[in-house]
Ligand binder design. Structure first.
Ligand SMILES: C[S@@+](CC[C@H](N)C(=O)[O-])C[C@H]1O[C@@H](n2cnc3c(N)ncnc32)[C@H](O)[C@@H]1O
Length: 256
């Protein structure tokens, strides 16, 4: 169980009440999903029986908070696998320690595929020019620690087709950027940076490309959500908000 929002001293009470609820469902052989600020009763949760997925999740999770993101990772793995039918490479903007990328690459056995996976991150947190004070307050300094870049290089060192690219999004695209993109995961926790990334990457998105927005539905990211709503509307698309807090778009190239 992993929840956030109310003051820490009240979360204990919330958790113990939820445990009682979970017990009632379990007594009747019914499922109760309660993780990552998502409560869902009586869902099939078929992904927990997908052994390669669960193995990849547990092999890459650094503790309970990562493992609790199972439903978000299911979304990513589903979208990434769906993108295998689309021409192009894979891109993640916002990699941090490489948890999501680790799960997806292991699940898809990415190193056996004739594609590249580009992982972009400053490896120094949200830069001032592409984030608001509030976004930096919420996210930094969690993402600012020495050694994370080298750790990520080491983590993917055995996969020659995974490129770890250090730099500020979107400026870093001047150094390296794939020609065609089949899968895009945006997880920068900053609306301006994510829409600026889309401005640069849009011409390279293949028809049918899968785009996953990690923070679109999160209440504390209202401004990011609004930035995406407006950006996608201006490009004749809309975002599917998922109960996981993610957003999902299937990109369709405009017909001439
Ligand atoms: C939420 S974390 C990413 C989590 C990651 N997807 C995972 O698997 O755990 C956000 C990351 O985005 C990076 N970031 C935020 N804004 C950025 C920008 N404009 N350019 C490059 N990196 C940025 C931060 O350094 C941080 O590592």
């Amino acid at each position: 169980m992993s929840f956030y929002g109310p003051p820490r001293e009240q979360l204990g009470e919330v958790a113990s009440n939820l445990l009682q609820v979970e017990k009632v469902y379990q007594q009747h052989g019914l499922s109760a999903f309660m993780h990552d600020n998502l409560i869902a009763f009586m869902r099939n949760e078929h992904f927990v029986r997908d052994q390669p997925f669960v193995t990849a999740l547990l092999a890459n999770a650094d503790g309970e908070t990562d493992a609790a993101k199972i439903w978000r990772l299911h979304t990513c793995c589903w979208a990434a696998r769906s993108a295998l039918g689309i021409e192009g490479d894979f891109v993640e903007c916002g990699t941090y320690k490489g948890f999501y990328a680790g799960v997806m690459t292991q699940y898809l056995q990415f190193m056996t595929l004739p594609r590249q996976f580009y992982l972009y991150d400053s490896f120094a947190g949200l830069p001032e020019q592409w984030s608001t004070d509030l976004e930096r307050e919420q996210a930094n300094p969690g993402y600012q620690w020495d050694g994370v870049y080298q750790d990520v290089i080491d983590r993917f060192g055995h996969m020659p087709n995974v490129q770890v690219v250090k730099g500020i999004v979107p400026d870093v695209f001047d150094t390296v950027m794939p020609d065609r993109i089949a899968f895009l995961h945006l997880d920068l926790n900053a609306g301006a940076a994510e829409t600026a990334a889309l401005d640069r990457l849009l011409p390279r998105l293949s028809d049918g490309a899968m785009v996953v927005l990690d923070d679109f539905g999160r209440l504390e990211q209202r401004e990011l959500c609004q930035a995406h709503v407006e950006w996608w509307r201006a490009h004749d698309h809309s975002v599917l908000e998922l109960p996981t807090g993610q957003g999902l778009v299937t990109y369709r190239k405009p017909t001439a």
